[in-house]
Design a protein around this ligand. Sequence first.
Ligand code: SF4
Length: 507
Amino acid sequence: MPSSRFQQSLKNPDDFTLTFELIPTRGGRNRKIDATLRLAGDLTIDGRIEAVSITDNAGGHPALTPDVVGLEMKELGLDVISHFSCKDKNRNEMESLLFGWDRVGLHNLLIISGDYPQKGYCGNPKPVFDMDSVHVLDLLSHMNTLEYSSHATMPTRFFKGVVVSPFKTTEAEQIMQYYKLHRKIIAGADYVITQLGYDARKFHETLLYMQLNGLNKPVLGNVFIPSMPLVELMHKNQLPGCVIPDSLYKEFQLEAKAKDRGKKARIDRGARLLAVMKGMGYNGAHIGGPGLTMEDFDFLLTRATKYETEWESLIPDLTNWPQDQFYCYRKDERSGLNLPEQLPRKKPALIQKPRPTFTAANLTHVLVFESGGPFFKIAKKISLAMAETRLQRPFHLLEYLIKFILFKCQDCGDCTLSKLGFICPQSSCAKYLLNGPCGGSRDGWCEIYPGRRKCLYVRAYQRLAPWKKEEQFKTGFVPPRNWKLADSSSWINFFSGKDNSGGCSKE
Ligand code: SF4
């Protein structure tokens, strides 16, 4: 079966691939979804985009599912990218859904952690996050092989996209975004889409990072045309991961004084951004924004074409990232973008006194839980001797008490402390992520608890960087939690090989 139009375009180095994001709303039959389908019909006739991408419960709100909308769009003749988020489904539901999507030909995916679930029927739902985006990529890569599928069906044919954010204000957040991208690509990502933003140099940073680190995957830049209410939300940090700095906010406000409330000016900014992305070497652009019409889309692309030859002169106008915030690379004063020269990391942010808990836990780990450690053999002997005896319960209780006091342990039995800077993801990450941060943190704070709780991965980076151990987040893979081990001794599980230390649990 030939690959999709979208895939063919991404594989062709001479193509600049355009995709368009559509957001299904709450409800299966309403005027908004009819309008979305009409727009999709017009986009098909227009022929300039390679695929529409369809969100999965965007903003954490329940909405019409991407597969239902996707199939209708396919019937119109459009290629479809279905977003696949981790927030609402456990691993079995994911697999079941993926079998269905494979059957009906929805093969282009965009794998995301997902926005934290918001109010639904009778209150807020349980945030599932059973697997993170790296786990889903690994599952998909396995499903795409004959070996995995031989028990059940033919290999699937998923084409797997991921997201990365260039728009993080602090060193720890930005570097961890890029390190997670390494893990995503190792786990099988086929293409990358950036988070939305408006600063040319930050967009360039992602391209440069990928080039310098051998992350050779096609990347689409996000061209998002916001409405003014969205500008307000982004500026107030109420849309996770979307940043509008003060200087840019003022520009939007000035533009909003026009008769059309600044809509044309906002689309024009999108057109300039698109031209700059093409000029700097992006493989394509991912266009989106609420309420965009066919006329707006046409205006955007016509203007972008006009700007193409002068893209370098547009960079100063698209420079709005605060200079005192984090950049990976030295500025190229000539172009306004970046030189391939890494800026020194800001030491003061990193040199924090090693926390006694971390130092003690690290030392204990080396002495007791590493196979060459002096106490490894005896600890293993004692732990295994406890297993399946009357002493197992008190042994487990003692372990739990120590780990609860030190790490707020949640007794999962499948411990990942040593892989995450001795911070428990079950109690310290709202999305229980095991392989790197989501895209929602802002100024180091967790998306869900701004100003109250630091992102787990910021804390882990700050703990590990002074020891030069932070690069462990680039490679490696922390398997999803095995729920069979809940409420059991992780020490016994570790020494008996039942936990995540040897890879995916066989239990
Ligand atoms: S702790 Fe970090 S990774 Fe976890 S939900 Fe909060 S921002 Fe996302």
